[in-house]
Design a protein around this ligand. Sequence first.
Ligand SMILES: *Cc1c(COP(=O)(O)O)cnc(C)c1O
Length: 412
Amino acid sequence: MSETTETPGIPETPGIPETLVRRSPWPDSVSRAVVMPLQPSVVYASADPDQLDAQYEGRVAGFTYAREGHPNASVLAARIDALEGAPAAGGGGLILGSGMAAVSAVLLGLLKAGDHVLGGDQLYGRTLRLMAQDLPRLGIATSLADPTDAAAFAAAIRPETRLILVEVVSNPTLRVADMEGIIALARARGIAVAVDNTFTTPRGYRPFGHGADIVIHSVTKMLAGHSDVTLGYVATRDPAQSRAIRDFAVTTGMTPSPFDCWLADRGLMSFHLRYDRAEANAAALADHLAGLAGVARVIYPTRADHPDHNRARAILGARGGHMLSFEVRGGRAAANALTRAMPDVAFAPTLGDIGTTLSHPASSSHRLLDGAGRAAIGISEGFFRVSVGVEDIAVLKRDFAAGVGAAQEAAG
Ligand SMILES: *Cc1c(COP(=O)(O)O)cnc(C)c1O
């Protein structure tokens, strides 16, 4: 028997390639796609080194490598820029792999050892952790102050304070920051103000229009709106700051996936409809909860019993947003009974989904605080935060009545 070196298979046929390893061009079409294309390419081929030079030097527009930018991120950033009224001078916003990547890129891209950053005392949990643990390790000093009190912020400013980071509406007690006061005192001292606008969204508040320097979003939440992507956004009014943040994000690989950007762009298309419906539902649900026996407290910015009601009026107008919080009597047993009695409302520590979600800060976002620490900001075992969705309001009222009823029974 003779050995064969031929590979088995059908014989070669002239005109039919043996392999398909050749990058094929996209078909030309005089008509264009209506739906945003998805471009997963990691690399982009240029004609020659001269063209690549021109691209890197910004003389011609062209993508090179996806970590440095890709069309789906550019499209999404431009759309959020439009919603936020991001100043063109800043060069346009940047999409990052998560909201925390956006927060991190701002703090780490702009600050250096010896600088001080001042934050609101009820910032998002991971932001607080970044400020408490990671920045100090790098020699960046941090401290927190009550953002409902501009005088407290003024008192906390140091000669080396370079940045102030605030959220307009706090999590989960929905306190409304004194935005005008804080921005005014920062401007007078030449300190940049970064606003994490995730809770308020550009439909509730537009920080650039009020003098803020940097706007941050967790796009994961209401902007994308379907709990299927994790993304962040940041824009500034100063091109040097934009470049510093972008360079840091590209170097440290905070880049988003094209598919996530594509999904978020699709979600963003209906953002205004979802937001308005969710907000109307939230206002109605807040009033409904306030009328239920067993509910000790309801927190919603446009309600007259909100602790910052007047400021909410001034800053947010009639836009109370899609978040509300409430408290039932009866501790952990009542809390367990509540979530079990309303299985159609996802008990999940997120917000901004198209459907209503319920979170329990004592066992999730604020679990690292002890009882006294939680009590100091008004979070008991019976405290719930609701991210209201676009469901039929009658269904939501029924669900929450069932939950609160079960909680009351468990409380005895
Ligand atoms: C969720 C959230 C973040 C973090 O966003 P991720 O996309 O989860 O990383 C930051 N700030 C606020 C206010 C948030 O709600």
